[in-house]
Design a protein around this ligand. Structure first.
Ligand code: AMP
Ligand code: MG
Length: 422
């Protein structure tokens, strides 16, 4: 079993991940399949919308010059939505029109039927009308050539509506990366299947990582945990690698005698980009590539696995999907007391956030052990401390990755936002 040769810094590690993670190929998909995906190109209006002047109400199209109160109008034609009138509007004439109907030639205003004596061959106008009244002008929504949706925008209901008004039946998007999650460890038991025997634990990582991957918008699935047996590991990892864009394993990647993930990967032709980062928790994290597949070997300790997902896998998935907008917010936070970091590694510390008049105050959630799953349920953010310094002083600003955005949104006092590309 190999020991770590060199540990690299987190900024270098994340740069390596992003440099080695290309965007997924663009796919042109039917409108509805684009839902929740990011557009891969700008979309421009193909024509003015609405394409013609039309009525905003049900009533009569008239000439505003004639439209004084008390006048009697003769109805010469009608213009329901979808069927333009044949005739035009002359002096003292009107054309019956319904919402969306094409404004007939000659008319420059529509009067609501409520402001007339009612439907009929003729009517009396009760209220004078002004030019352009109740008209929706061609192009008032968008103009031909306008940039209506930017590349990178997530497609939701309003974007689908806008694209459909312009006749787009398909959209060009970044598809979701296929992610396969695999836990490793002979001690792991599938939750809900049986009781634990001595020394066993339930596999929680694959569920946690699956939830994180789904939350990030990936097309993710999990496999049943593989034991620390070289053949079983090789078979499971090969299966994952052939079917996924991104494989995420947990466990077996450190320097223990049973930590076979890394050696097995190398056997399977995965090229190591890095192994070992000056990070706590998460030091043994491995990243490699094989063809178009990306492989993240995360440590087995549950907190390490989830923190490494946040720090490395999530940004990679966003990069593949063209979703810079979905990056976690980064803010400046301060502590009330000095916080030490004597690890010589960057400490991604689980903290709570409170909005104060000085900005966001961070406070450790308590014990920071990497097996303490319960601590994650309490964390609002990861404060990134060190490794260059031996900690932060009380009141000093330090960068934090916000895990619970709602906490920041709900806070009255916004801390200084630090914009950093992950
Ligand atoms: P490892 O990285 O394989 O040495 O595992 C480190 C610690 O994390 C050990 O205590 C493992 O039992 C625990 N662990 C590994 N995989 C999982 C998992 N899938 N779910 C929960 N705990 C795990
Ligand atoms: Mg293990």
């Amino acid at each position: 079993m190999q020991l770590f040769k060199t540990l690299i810094d987190y900024p270098e590690a994340i740069s390596l991940v992003l440099e080695n993670t290309p965007r997924l190929p663009v796919a042109c998909v039917p409108l509805m399949e684009a839902r929740e995906l990011a557009l891969s190109e700008d979309i421009r209006a193909r024509f003015d919308s609405p394409p013609f002047d039309n009525s905003a109400v049900d009533g009569y199209a008239v000439r505003s010059a004639d439209a004084e109160a008390g006048r009697i109008f003769k109805v010469v034609d009608e213009a329901p939505a979808g069927r333009p009138a044949q005739k035009e509007v002359g002096e003292g004439e009107a054309i019956k029109i319904f919402t969306g109907g094409v404004v007939p030639r000659g008319a420059d205003a529509v009067v609501m039927v409520e402001n007339t004596s009612g439907w009929g061959e003729e009517f009396e106008l009760k209220k004078a009308a002004e030019a352009d009244q109740n008209l929706r002008a061609a192009g008032e929504d968008v103009r031909k050539g306008d940039l209506i949706l930017r590349a990178g925008t997530e497609v939701g209901a309003p974007e689908i509506a806008l694209a459909a008004t312009q006749g787009y039946g398909e959209l060009s998007v970044y598809r979701k990366p296929k992610v396969v999650i695999l836990s490793t460890g002979s001690e792991l038991v599938e939750p809900g299947t049986r009781a634990l025997s001595p020394g066993e634990i339930f596999d929680s990582n694959s569920f946690a990582l699956l939830a994180q991957a789904l939350e990030a918008g990936a097309d993710a699935s999990r496999m049943v945990a593989a034991s620390d047996d070289a053949d079983a590991l090789r078979a499971a990892m090969e299966q994952a690698l052939t079917s996924a864009d991104v494989v995420v394993t947990s466990g077996g990647v450190s320097v223990g005698q049973r930590d076979l993930v890394k050696s097995t990967l190398l056997e399977l032709g995965v090229e190591q980009v890095f192994w070992g980062v000056k990070l706590k928790p998460g030091k043994p994290v491995f990243f490699g590539t094989r063809g178009d597949a990306r492989f993240f070997g995360l440590p087995g300790n549950p907190v390490s696995a989830m923190v490494c997902f946040e720090l490395f896998v999530r940004p990679a998935l966003m990069e593949m999907m063209g979703r810079e907008d979905k990056r976690r917010p980064r803010i400046g936070v301060y502590f009330d007391e000095d916080v030490e970091n004597r690890f010589g590694r960057m400490h991604a510390m689980r903290v709570n956030l409170t909005g104060t008049e000085k900005g966001w105050r961070a406070e450790s959630v308590g014990a920071q052990g990497s097996g303490l799953v319960s601590s994650l349920t309490k964390a609002d953010a990861l404060a990134l401390i060190g490794p260059e310094s031996e900690g932060v002083r009380a009141g000093e600003l330090v960068e934090a990755i916000v895990l619970r955005e709602e906490v920041v949104l709900a806070g009255q006092q916004k801390g200084e936002r630090v914009e950093i590309r992950e």
